[in-house]
Design a protein around this ligand. Structure first.
Ligand code: GLV
Ligand code: MN
Ligand code: MN
Length: 415
């Protein structure tokens, strides 16, 4: 068969997505498979088994990134890599990340079934802790691969229960011995659901992703004083939760001032002592700011710091605001973007160019290899939610675009 006529098997891809979604399945149809937990280990074991069956050799690096490699005619040529992550949010869906990994698996299964040899090796990566939900930094595994974080720094990060990334990685048996990074890549393509509403709204099947928004993440701690809810007069209180509540509104307002592209989210709040009849003395919270324009993101950062200082002064609280993660907005590689665009055009699929609002491993891999992404629509644009959903035909179309973008770079050897 001519490589141009090659197509992935959409029902096999769907079955793999549904099978993997059983590991950590939640009652509402979603998935909870946090990074480096027993469920993550089960998910990894399952996908690694499938990748071996597709004829790949497996390498695991020191931060747990998994690389499944299929030989090319030229063994020493740089690898054409695809992939994503299989860790999820606590109330995550079946598709975020999992789709990119299983679309990569489907590409390898398709090449193996058709007996297609490629000039360059082709591989699938499963990156560790993309979600940033259990451990900060977000996209930790791919960031370490790209040299953004030192390996020891990543291994030392702790979750809210004080468990270190390195301990958790050892415990699930995925602390590999391959060096982190330094792997020669010809290109990296990542397929993903859009996680926003644009493709669905415009009735288009493929998003040709040109880059991503910049992000800044913060930890913020409000310190006041625990006090009795009854005898303590209102004007005598140092209520940390009041400061936090004002701050949530300030985060919203500063993002709205940068409309339509500014984003500001408080997604984590921990109130101490969290007792009905105690004025809260301490609140820890997260802030996530995003914008495609780095100058606008810098204004949001300044507004955030000003708001924290003003609220603390007015409410007689102490506020400790620390930036814990950041990356600037990014542009993907023009030749890889063109490979995605051309593959979608050759397959006759409706498409549009767009930036990504979400963080993805591709953002860090783009620092060390030519990179682009492929988006497909998701239902009502909803993601990071158990009801996340996508149409099998769209997932199939995106995986076919991935197949042909990969083949364009890897070069199918004529039979
Ligand atoms: C990752 O899922 C992010 O965009 O925060
Ligand atoms: Mn993702
Ligand atoms: Mn996600």
């Amino acid at each position: 068969m001519s490589p141009n006529a090659l197509r992935i098997d959409g029902s096999r891809l769907w079955r793999s997505l549904m099978d993997l979604a059983r590991i950590g399945a939640t009652p509402k149809g979603g998935v909870c498979r946090l990074a480096l937990t027993d469920l993550d280990r089960q998910g990894r074991d399952c996908v690694v088994g499938w990748l071996r069956d597709a004829g790949c050799s497996i390498e695991v690096d020191r931060v747990g990134n998994i690389f499944a490699l299929r030989r090319g005619r030229s063994a020493s040529a740089p690898v054409v890599l695809t992939g994503s992550h299989i860790d999820t949010q606590p109330s995550g869906g079946k598709f975020d990340g999992n789709y990119g990994v299983l679309a990569g698996l489907e590409v390898l299964r398709t090449l193996a079934a058709a007996g297609i040899e490629t000039e360059k090796p082709v591989g699938v990566a499963i990156w560790t802790n993309e979600e940033g939900s259990r451990f900060v930094p977000v996209m930790g595994g791919s960031g370490a691969f790209a040299g953004v974080f030192a390996v020891e720094h990543l291994l030392a990060q702790r979750d809210v229960d004080g468990v270190a990334f390195g301990e958790a990685l050892d415990r699930i048996g995925y602390a590999g011995d391959a060096p982190v990074g330094g792997r020669a890549l010809d290109a990296y393509f990542e397929a993903h659901i859009e996680q926003g509403p644009i493709l669905e709204r415009e009735n288009r099947v493929i998003g040709v992703v040109t880059g991503a928004l910049g992000q800044r993440w913060y930890d913020c701690v409000w310190n006041g004083q625990d006090a009795h809810a009854g005898p303590t007069p209102m004007e005598a209180r140092h209520d940390a939760l009041r400061g936090a509540a004002r701050f949530v509104e300030a985060v919203h307002a500063l993002a709205v001032r940068q409309a339509p592209e500014g984003r500001g989210t408080v997604g984590f709040v921990q109130v101490k002592p969290n007792s009905r009849n105690v004025v809260p003395g301490r609140v820890a919270m997260s802030v996530d700011l995003r914008h495609p324009d780095d100058a606008a993101l810098a204004v949001m950062d300044r507004d955030l710091r000003d708001a924290a200082a003003a609220i603390a002064r007015e409410l007689r609280l102490e506020c400790d605001l620390t930036q814990v993660d950041q990356f600037p907005s990014s542009r993907f590689d023009p030749a890889c973007i063109a490979a995605v665009r051309d593959a979608a055009a050759a397959l006759g699929l409706s498409r549009r160019e767009m930036p990504s609002g979400a963080g993805h491993d591709a953002i860090y891999v783009a620092r060390v290899a030519p990179t682009a992404m492929i988006f497909v629509p998701c239902k009502d644009g909803i993601s990071h939610n158990e009801i996340e959903d996508a149409q099998p035909a769209h997932l199939e179309a995106g995986a076919n675009v991935l197949l042909h973008a990969v083949l364009a770079r890897a070069g199918a050897v004529p039979a």
